[in-house]
Design a protein around this ligand. Structure first.
Ligand SMILES: [Zn+2]
Length: 308
């Protein structure tokens, strides 16, 4: 009997012993025949690829490319290579080999489970500054309905903070509530806590309600800041399809004097009604946080490669 594969999706969760894992899940009518998990091989882009073959199995779902971008799994591709043989090509940011986990039933569930341990190894103990723009009396840009930049920047900052905490990093927030805080005080917090970089979260806006642009800014004359902003920009394009333009000069020159790289990003145009509406969806906010996290992750990997 051949198994019919009905559906495939990615998820992030905890293993049975409570360790963070990424999973690629397949629903089928019965248990697939021989499943072979290949070894990771490095790609020209510096990623890793693994091929999983499922025999005695046919696709009912359409062949598909599925974007994941969860920091470990970048994407996967499901193809009917030939009759009774499905090939799944998985692109990873670290060379990890998944374990297979079967849950018999109707439908049958086959999951490939990737430990997210490599992310913990990258982030463990790293002190990452997050500067949610504006706050208190300083509301920043206002959306056409009622959203305020100070709340949007805080909400994105919190998504990022959660992801960083989840992999052992030490996020340092320059404000944690709706308070009016000046640039000097924000800088002092980051210096006192020995932040090694800072991501400033803002939104763009314009009087013209049809204007819709996204921008980023970097510390003057600082290559590290530029590469930080570029990595976040690439991750936003991959995850959200948002293209941020830059680098511009940081709007507040006091940030040019920091001893660490600084990038300011505007991943949302709050005065545009579509962007304001999108932002109300929790999944959209999570994705922006995930994209910024992915950019920081790739920046750390790139600076590590440079150093070695
Ligand atoms: Zn702002």
């Amino acid at each position: 009997v051949t198994s019919k594969v009905l559906n495939a999706w990615p998820e992030v969760g905890l293993s049975s012993v409570g360790n963070p894992v990424s999973r690629i899940c397949f629903e089928s009518t019965s248990i697939p025949g021989g499943v072979t998990i290949g070894k990771p091989r490095q790609t020209a882009e510096g990623d890793y690829e693994i091929t999983v073959v499922m025999e005695k199995a046919n696709l009912v779902m359409a062949p598909d490319h599925i974007l994941v971008a969860d920091g470990l799994v970048r994407k996967f591709e499901v193809l009917q290579e030939r009759p009774n043989s499905i090939h799944v090509t998985i692109t990873l940011e670290h060379p990890v080999v998944p374990e297979k986990d079967e849950s018999p039933g109707t439908p049958h569930l086959t999951r490939f489970v990737f430990p997210r341990e490599p992310l913990r190894q990258v982030f463990q103990g790293r002190i990452i500054g997050i500067d949610p723009g504006h706050g208190g009396k300083d509301r920043g840009v206002k959306g056409p309905v009622n959203l305020l930049e100070k709340d949007v920047s805080m909400s994105i900052a919190r998504e990022l903070q959660d992801l960083l905490l989840g992999c052992g990093a030490v996020p340092v927030m320059t404000r944690t509530d709706d308070a009016t805080i000046g640039h000097e005080e924000r800088l002092r917090t980051l210096r006192n806590r020995s932040a090694e970089l800072c991501v400033q979260v803002h939104v763009s806006g314009h009087r013209d309600p049809h204007w819709q642009k996204y921008r980023w800014f970097a510390k003057k004359g600082c290559g590290q800041s530029v590469s930080l902003g570029m990595n976040i920009g690439e991750a936003l394009l991959e995850r959200m399809g948002i293209r941020i333009e830059g680098p511009g000069a940081l709007p507040d020159a006091i940030w040019d004097s920091t001893p660490f790289p600084v990038a300011q990003i505007e991943p949302l145009c709050l005065t545009h009604f579509v962007d304001e509406a999108n932002f109300r969806a929790p999944l959209f906010r999570k994705r922006i946080g995930q994209a910024i996290y992915n950019g920081i992750h790739r920046w750390i990997l790139a600076s590590r490669r440079k150093a070695s």
